[in-house]
Design a binder for this molecule. Sequence first.
Ligand code: KDG
Length: 317
Amino acid sequence: MTRFDLLTFGEALVSLRSAEPLATGGALTMHLAGAESNVAIGLARLGHRTAWAGRVSDDELGRYVLRQLRAEGVDVDHVTRDPERPAGLMFLERRTADLTRVGYHRAGSAGSALHVDDLRPALAAGTRILHLTGITPALSETAQEASRWAAETASRAGALVCLDVNHRARLWSRDDARAVLAPLAGYASVLVASADELDLVGKAGADEATVVAGLLDRGVETVLVKLGGDGARAYTRDGVRHAPALPVTAVDTVGAGDAFTAGYLSGHLDGLDLAGRLRRAVTLGAFAVAGHGDWEALPRRDELSLLDDLQPGSTLR
Ligand code: KDG
């Protein structure tokens, strides 16, 4: 019996959002961010037993992170509190209507000091899915080793391992990322990437078909290529399937990829076929882009059909 449907780990950040250019000042609002915690919340909202593991600062900001996760129903029993290191911060600046700019203050943070020992108890509890991203291995050598260890341990224990490439150019170069992520992909059953990230788990400059063929040869069962407003493509040994995005008004695209992944994995946990898993993935992606915040707009289970046949400006009475 596994305790969790999904276990994920990484760095949860305190995100300070500004609706104006940062350099001119103004009001900031405080939010929880982090690609992995976004996925955990997406699944918890749909009723799955979900846990997040990692290190948080032992101060008010760390308490804020844990409070947000608990409030969303994410298990944090196996989180380590770090009395010596600060919380990782992220500034999100709406530079223009069409351009959001991210600035990190996370070097030397509690989250970046993640160590294999921080993950042992959570993995020992048992999980059906282990989800990790290519962000965590970029944070430190110990976080890199923890990622590799967790992926290997979970796949050996029979869990489905999902890796989202999630390249963050402000953390490392494409070559450095490829050297770590291409071997890590060998543990994954589900590999998620945007089209421009795919060659980070294959040969530099290789086209989509070549990288996907290499991944399927190495034992990856499903390769999901996120296409933003064009939806997504899913490759399996049976071929390729395209899922169009849901037509919604996009107001904030940050977190959309995490929502997509959460939807796909929720469909997997519910035993849906590939078409059903993709439908749920694009549905959660649509909720994410149609509301503000990384995860705040994600649906509960009874809201999954809310966007179907929606007319602009609808009111439910
Ligand atoms: O996927 C959204 C993330 O970019 C955000 O929540 C913060 O994890 C984050 C990161 O490292 O950029």
